[in-house]
Write a protein that binds this ligand. Structure first.
Ligand SMILES: Nc1ncnc2c1ncn2[C@@H]1O[C@H](COP(=O)(O)OP(=O)(O)OP(=O)(O)O)[C@@H](O)[C@H]1O
Ligand SMILES: [Mg+2]
Length: 286
């Protein structure tokens, strides 16, 4: 049966003219509002212009890698999104609404969780205490340890984190990969919508890196947006759907991962341009 879309309308008809579907037909050029949109973000530290006029869209359900040489502005951009630095200029839009993210608390209230390599967890606390830190459940004037423990276990097992022996283990006794897994599970437990990770695999071995990257993919499959900073091109090509490259504080390019290769990314990181990249594509990969 052949079907044709009728001039500008959203109903489809078969050869005899009967309407066979009247649902909304997604239009390729139709703009779907990303979870977070940054427009013209700038940040200066004295004489150093750390970020200039940075535009970036971060869609839900996708892993966006943020690449760039040392000092390119990656951490600075992440800190602007997570409420640690106030940008000097530009605007942010969260699910289509203008927002100002002045504090980490404001970021958390929107559903932005940032996972740092070392600072994410408290060593002296156990896994449950870490996952509920600052948001403890209380029942009859005391902590509801049972319910917190149950939720921590459920969240870890829903992400197939099986290497942790006990959720009552102090975080100090965990491996680097397990620590990252707990930090990621915490973001899931709190229904975060955007998880930002700064070099999550920098200190990890091969097996632990694979475990963390697997979790990153699971987050995207659950519909979360993930923004991941990484120097490791193998990791980036394995896990990311899109890549954004910063060069000296400016956004050099944003592309679907399939449109670039390592050499293009290295060109962009070192010079801000790449002659190998497909001409004509715009820098805003959705
Ligand atoms: N708090 C600060 N005070 C002064 N300058 C800063 C501050 N934070 C960042 N900068 C400067 O801003 C620029 C971008 O730094 P940023 O930490 O964002 O780089 P990066 O891309 O994360 O690098 P790396 O890969 O080394 O982590 C650098 O020139 C840095 O010196
Ligand atoms: Mg950094």
């Amino acid at each position: 049966m052949s079907a044709a879309r009728l001039g500008g309308r959203d109903d489809w008809r078969n050869a005899t003219g009967d309407v066979i579907a009247a649902t909304r037909v997604p239009n390729e050029v139709e703009h779907v509002e990303p979870l977070l949109r940054l427009e013209g973000i700038g940040k200066r530290f004295g004489a150093v212009q750390a970020l200039s006029d940075v535009n970036l869209e971060i869609p839900a359900g996708k892993v966006t890698a943020l690449a760039g040489d040392n000092g390119a502005g990656k951490s600075c951009l992440i800190k602007c999104i997570s409420g640690i630095y106030a940008p000097d200029g530009g605007q942010m839009w969260w699910a289509g609404e203008r927002v100002d993210i002045h504090t980490p608390r404001a970021a958390a209230a929107l559903g932005i969780e940032t996972v740092y390599q070392d600072l994410a967890l408290c060593d002296n606390l156990d896994i449950v205490q870490n996952m509920f830190l600052g948001r403890e459940r209380v029942r009859r004037m005391s902590l509801d340890e049972e319910s917190m423990e149950r939720s921590a276990k459920e969240t870890l097992s829903s992400l197939a984190v099986t290497t942790v022996r006990s959720v009552r283990q102090p975080v100090a006794s965990l491996s680097g990969g397990q620590r990252q897994s707990v930090a990621i599970a915490k973001a899931v437990l709190w229904n975060s919508k955007l998880v930002i990770m700064d070099e999550p695999t920098a200190a990890l071995g091969v097996a632990q890196t694979a475990m963390v990257l697997d979790l990153v993919r699971k987050l995207a499959e659950r519909g979360l947006a993930v923004l991941i900073v990484s120097h490791n091109m193998t990791d980036v090509f394995e896990v990311a759907d899109r890549i954004a490259v910063l060069h000296l504080g400016k956004m050099a390019a944003v592309r679907p991962i399939g449109e670039v290769d390592t050499q293009i990314v290295v060109d962009l990181m070192t010079t801000g341009v790449s002659t190998r990249m497909q001409p004509g594509a715009d820098t805003d990969a959705r």
